[in-house]
Design a protein around this ligand. Structure first.
Ligand SMILES: [Zn+2]
Length: 79
């Protein structure tokens, strides 16, 4: 089990996600992001806008995703 914060995954707060795989982690982060988006949280709206900017360039998005995956892999595994 690894732990990453919302901020580490491109979000805006210190909420922690726990997952065994990066895909699971990304999924939790996405779900949380959507909830915050629907709640109209300013910090997350800003983070989401930045993410949408990034998505305009598939290369930049892939690179960003690869880097987050490396971050995930670098985290020690806490059982
Ligand atoms: Zn958050």
């Amino acid at each position: 089990m690894k732990t990453m914060t919302c901020k580490q995954l491109g979000g805006a707060c210190d909420l922690e996600f726990h997952a065994d795989t990066f895909e699971e982690m990304a999924e939790q982060s996405k779900k949380h992001g959507m909830e915050m988006f629907q709640a109209g949280d300013a910090g997350h709206l800003k983070a989401m806008n930045e993410m949408q900017e990034l998505m305009r360039s598939p290369d930049a998005m892939t690179k960003w995703f690869d880097n987050r995956r490396k971050d995930f892999e670098a985290i020690p595994n806490n059982e």
